[in-house]
Design a binder for this molecule. Structure first.
Ligand SMILES: NC(=O)c1ccc[n+]([C@@H]2O[C@H](COP(=O)([O-])OP(=O)(O)OC[C@H]3O[C@@H](n4cnc5c(N)ncnc54)[C@H](OP(=O)(O)O)[C@@H]3O)[C@@H](O)[C@H]2O)c1
Length: 310
């Protein structure tokens, strides 16, 4: 029975490589629940997968459904599911592709309950960015008060959360962003915000213990200059860090993993108002191909979310 709309990638390429198609409805397998998707988060990974940039890290059999995080309602449960029930409001990262579809079979262990105070759109903005920010912040070792942390790309999805987590831990937080985003990044708890378009950040910052590189490329290459002797750079944006780390320095490539318990804790904080989650744009499913491309070409604050009810 062909009755589920999904955003499919037919072959690697530009905006025209994706289209909305109709698929057979999936079934919930062992340990899985079937989620009626109400909203899904847009990520930089979408266009990187579309263009084939990450085909080694994510080998795909095409055509494939794009999308890596979602929020919705449990419509059915598969064998062996013990925690979730039909009707539960859930959110989560898939740990693989396939979220841009009306019905998705998801491993129960990747899903958390959505706090009552959050809408599906608010919930769908959280699984990847917030958990990746948390995990990447703690990836190189424990964080402590007074540590000097630089967040590259602080106005983005990961950056917004990382600035807040680092500030909550008592770190001295340095951040790069466009000048038009300064107020926002300061409001997250950044102590020093540097406009990356006006001058070079490495002339304004030094002795950094931890750089979180959410931008990559030239920004990563120039970040070595600001690092304290025993400091580390963790990059979510450039796998090349593994090969390009200078001798004697510490550079780590980070890949996020779904963590339903961490997501639940973060979502509770967002629901209580002690953590900001910024949504830049809410788009319809029909606008999703264009929204994925805007993520590539236009600087944004926070997340773009597709609302399946629009
Ligand atoms: N490895 C993993 O597990 C993993 C997981 C999630 C995401 N990622 C990757 O991590 C990166 C960040 O993801 P995201 O979702 O946060 O992306 P995003 O929301 O698009 O944010 C990127 C931010 O970078 C800023 N920026 C652009 N050029 C800059 C520069 N030269 N200097 C400083 N900031 C600059 C922009 O802020 P302004 O508006 O201020 O310019 C933009 O908001 C992406 O490459 C994404 O693919 C990796």
């Amino acid at each position: 029975m062909k009755n589920v709309r999904a955003l499919m990638l037919a072959q690697y390429g530009g905006p025209d490589a994706v289209s909305i198609s109709t698929l057979d409805a999936p079934l919930a397998g062992a340990g899985q629940v079937l989620v009626r998707v109400r909203a899904a988060g847009v990520n930089g990974l979408d266009w990187k997968v579309r263009e084939g940039y990450v085909r080694d890290a994510f080998p795909l059999q095409l055509p494939a459904v794009l999308g890596i995080e979602l929020a919705g309602i449990v419509e059915a449960v598969g064998p062996g599911v013990s925690r979730l029930r039909e009707g539960d409001r859930v959110m989560g990262a898939l740990g693989s592709l396939g979220a841009y579809a009306e019905l998705v079979a998801v491993s129960e262990e990747n899903l958390s309950l959505v706090p009552e105070a959050l809408s599906f759109v608010e919930a769908a903005a959280l699984p990847v960015a917030s958990v990746a920010a948390w995990q990447s912040l703690h990836f190189a070792g424990p964080i402590h008060a007074g540590q000097r942390i630089l967040v590259q790309g602080a106005a983005g999805g990961l950056g917004g959360f990382a600035v807040q987590f680092a500030h909550q831990a008592g770190a001295v937080v340095f951040a790069t962003a466009l000048e038009s985003h300064f107020d926002y990044v300061h409001s997250l708890g950044a102590d020093h915000v540097i406009d990356y378009q006006q001058g070079r950040f490495e002339e304004a910052i030094k002795d950094i213990d931890l750089v979180l590189d959410y931008v990559g490329g030239d920004v990563l290459d120039r970040s070595w200059a600001v690092l304290a002797e025993n400091g580390a750079i963790v990059s979510t944006a450039s796998p090349a860090i593994q090969a390009s780390t200078p001798a004697g320095r510490r550079g780590l490539w980070f890949m996020n993993k779904p963590d339903a318990e961490r997501l639940r804790l973060i979502a509770d904080e967002v629901a209580r108002g002690s953590l900001q989650s910024r949504i830049d744009a809410v788009v319809s499913f029909d606008d999703l191909p264009a929204a994925i491309d805007r993520n590539r070409t236009r600087p944004q604050i926070g997340k773009t979310v597709v609302d399946f009810s629009l």
